[in-house]
Design a protein around this ligand. Structure first.
Ligand code: APR
Ligand code: PHB
Length: 395
């Protein structure tokens, strides 16, 4: 039975696992408590765009081998609107930055394998119920494991338990500030055994709604369609999905352009929202990743924000263990929130610029097109997008 650890980590998603790995490399004890079983965590479909900062951290902590073999370096994206295509070239607009296409699911598999092979304890099916004493020297994590009530005493607790976790509840109401925004549409996401029909991701604005062409490998495509909230995937038979995708990706200059089709192996509707909880620290409790902030997926920021939170937090714990000073720990919340709000702004901008809003007037619809044309025609506007998409260096 586990009694005490230096850092108690709630949640075995990318944030919790990367933090445990970074701490392990620095000789700092931690325990990861994950409520689901390994199979579930390793098959959960999520996004797959890694900023250079995330790639560097995974490589530096020894989790980069498969990523470097299977990951696809992308130097740009394509915007499609008004029947035209416009490529955004990242390196020329950002002084050399690019992104890596490597699924979050694979990142999680790599980190779990490392943790179980050479890391601290990682308990699956360990459901945390509460964090107590966050403002004391010995916070406690109450959890159930194999049907038994357990308590883990910690020097510090990090809530990496996602958007529906319990750690956030340990922030006292009077201290907590919540900011959120919802959107009048969702995404219908599919996985298809079809070779991607585009060399780089395609973000398409169309009067019929948004569409995104992404990929998982040279043989597996990942595609998304804007649909009304509450859409039932059963109302979208495969034929209808492919037809609608082709319509939204349509190019005036190449009217015969069509997606390569293949068997659809996964289909799900994903609601989207923006959410930030401040502060990201209360006493000896820290929040990281989706436990503190949610971004809509159009900016590909969710995983990268989670990674930058725990990179910043690990540096702070390492400073504490090496020097005894809490300078970086005390600055953690403010340091992360600067980056979080930048990503919230960019993700909201991408969402509201590329999606067709049922509440929009024809005037507003034309403003969207003007914004997209501005990005296509102006170096500074496309550089602004490229810098945000590839992500600011962590310094
Ligand atoms: N006890 C233990 N584990 C829990 C609890 C709990 N009470 N509640 C949730 N968890 C686990 C979940 O099962 C999940 O595995 O916490 C983990 C949180 O992982 P994520 O939701 O993946 O969040 P995070 O690690 O912050 O990663 C953020 O995930 O959702 C995407 O777009 C998001 O890409 C971003 C990334
Ligand atoms: C994905 O590959 O799933 C993906 C890529 C880019 C996004 C969102 C999702 O903006």
């Amino acid at each position: 039975m586990l009694r005490h650890t230096t850092v108690g980590i709630i949640g075995g998603g990318p944030a919790g696992l990367l933090l445990a790995r970074l701490l392990h490399r620095a000789g700092i004890d931690s325990v990861v408590l994950e409520s689901r079983n390994r199979a579930y965590v390793e098959q959960r479909q999520r996004a797959g765009i890694l900023e250079q900062t995330t790639v560097d951290a995974l490589r530096a902590c020894g989790a980069g081998e498969r990523m470097d073999t299977l990951g696809l370096v992308h130097d740009g994206i394509e915007l499609r609107f008004d029947g035209r295509a416009h490529r955004i070239d990242f390196p020329s607009l950002t002084g050399g930055r690019s992104v890596l296409v490597y699924a979050q699911t694979e990142v999680v598999k790599d980190l779990i394998a490392l943790q179980l092979d050479q890391g601290g304890p990682l308990l699956f099916e360990a459901e945390v119920h509460a964090v107590e004493g966050a403002d004391t020297e010995r916070p406690l994590i109450r959890y159930t494991h194999r049907g038994r009530e357990q308590t883990l005493s910690c020097d510090y607790v990090v809530g990496c338990d996602g958007s529906h976790g319990v750690a956030r509840d340990a922030l006292p109401e009077p201290v907590r500030r919540t900011y959120q925004r919802s959107y009048p549409y969702s995404w219908l996401g599919i996985l298809a055994d079809a070779p991607p029909s585009y060399p780089e991701l395609v973000y398409a604005h169309s009067p019929r709604g948004f569409a995104l062409g992404s990929m998982r490998s040279p043989t597996v495509s990942r595609l998304y369609l804007q649909v009304p909230n509450g859409t039932d995937p059963a109302d979208w038979p495969d034929e209808r999905i492919w037809g609608e995708l082709d319509a939204r990706f349509a190019l005036r200059a190449d009217p015969d352009w069509r997606l390569r089709r293949g068997a659809i192996t996964a289909k799900a509707v994903l609601p989207m929202r923006s959410h930030v909880t401040e502060p990201m620290r209360h006493g000896r409790l820290f929040l990281a990743g989706d436990a503190a902030h949610i971004v809509p997926p159009a900016g590909a920021k969710g995983l990268n924000l989670a990674a930058s939170d725990v990179i910043i937090l690990a540096r702070a714990f390492i400073q504490l263990s090496e020097t005894g000073t809490t300078e970086l720990l005390d600055a953690y919340s403010d340091t992360c929130l600067r980056r979080v709000w930048r990503a919230e702004h960019f993700s909201c901008f991408m969402t509201t610029t590329l999606h067709t809003d049922p509440g929009h007037s024809p005037f507003e619809a034309r403003l969207q097109l003007s914004q997209l044309a501005r990005i296509a025609d102006s170096r500074s506007a496309s550089a602004e997008l490229a810098e945000n998409y590839t992500g600011p260096p962590l310094g």
